[in-house]
Design a protein. Structure first.
Ligand code: ATP
Length: 234
C-alpha cells in the first residue's frame, strides 16, 4: 500500500533520514520504534507531505506522492495524528473534528464519520462543546486521533498516541487503535512504549540515527535478545 525507497531527509545540514526503505501492506499495523531523535517523526512528516525528502521515493497505492502537498496527500487517503497536544486549543471538540474533514463535503458521509468517532470515543461526544485546550492530556490525544479519522483515511499515521498518558488510559488507547485497524484502516504507529507497540503491531521497524537497523514480525522482535535489552528494559 505504502512504500518508501531510499528516502533521505535533512533539517539544514542535519541528516535526519539516511536512506529509509520500508513498506506497509493493506490492513497491517506497522510500528516504528527507536530512541529519541532516531527520525521516527520525520518519517511520518515525509509521508504526510509536511517535509520534502532530498532524495528517494514515496509511493501510495502505486502512485508516487513524494512531491505532493500535504492536502493532496490527505485527499488521497493518508492522515496524520500528531504527537502530543497538537489540537486547536481555542476551538471546541466539534470544531476540531470538523477541521479534520476539510476534504469532504458530503453531509451524510460526514454524519457517519461523526457517529463512528463518537462511538469510538464517547468522551468526545460528552465534551463536544468544550474548548480543546481545556481537555485532559488523554482526551486531547483521543481528539487528535478522532480528527485524523474525520478524513476517512485508508492509512492512519499515529505519532506517539500514548505519550504522557496514565497506564490505564494507554491500554484504552491501544485497544482503540486495534479496533480502528479491525474496521479496515491500515496503521503506521510510532511509539516510545516499545512493548505495547510490539504487542499490537503485525510488523515493526527499529530505527537508529536515521537508519533502519531491524525489521521483522512483531512477535519475533518481542523475543529477540537485542530488542529486549535495548528497547524493552530487560
Ligand atoms: P522522538 O522520539 O524524540 O520524538 P524521533 O525519532 O521522532 O524522536 P525526529 O523528531 O524525527 O526523531 O528527529 C530526527 C532528528 O532530526 C533529530 O536529531 C532532531 O534533532 C532533528 N530535527 C527534527 N526536527 C528538526 C527541526 N525542525 N530542525 C532541526 N532539526 C530537527
Amino acid at each position: 500500500m505504502l512504500a518508501l525507497s531510499n528516502v533521505q531527509a535533512f533539517y539544514g545540514n542535519i541528516q535526519a533520514l539516511k536512506g529509509i526503505s520500508l513498506e506497509i501492506k493493506e490492513k497491517e499495523i506497522v510500528s516504528l520504534i527507536g530512541s529519541n531523535g532516531a527520525g521516527k517523526t520525520t518519517i511520518l512528516k515525509a509521508i504526510a507531505g509536511l517535509m520534502k525528502p532530498r532524495t528517494g521515493e514515496i509511493t501510495f497505492q502505486g502512485k508516487e506522492i513524494t512531491n505532493k502537498s500535504a492536502s493532496e496527500i490527505v485527499k488521497l487517503g493518508i492522515s496524520l495524528s500528531p504527537e502530543g497536544r497538537q489540537v486547536f486549543p481555542r476551538m471546541t471538540v466539534l470544531e476540531n473534528l470538523e477541521m479534520g474533514a476539510f476534504t469532504r463535503n458530503d453531509k451524510a458521509e460526514l454524519d457517519e464519520s461523526f457517529e463512528r468517532i463518537y462511538a469510538l470515543f464517547p468522551r468526545l461526544y460528552e465534551r463536544k462543546q468544550q474548548t480543546a485546550g481545556t481537555l485532559s492530556g488523554g482526551e486531547q490525544q483521543m481528539l487528535a486521533i478522532g480528527r485524523a479519522l474525520m478524513s476517512k483515511p485508508r492509512l492512519l499515521l499515529l505519532d506517539e498516541p500514548s505519550l504522557g498518558l496514565a497506564p490505564l488510559l494507554v491500554e484504552t488507547i491501544f485497544q482503540l487503535i486495534k479496533e480502528i485497524n479491525e474496521q479496515g484502516t491500515t496503521i503506521l504507529l510510532i511509539e516510545q512504549n516499545a512493548r505495547m507497540a510490539l504487542m499490537i503491531a503485525h510488523r515493526c521497524y527499529v530505527l537508529e540515527t536515521g537508519k533502519i537497523v531491524l525489521a521483522d514480525e512483531a512477535k519475533t522482535l518481542l523475543e529477540s535478545d537485542a530488542v529486549k535489552k535495548a528497547y524493552l528494559g530487560e
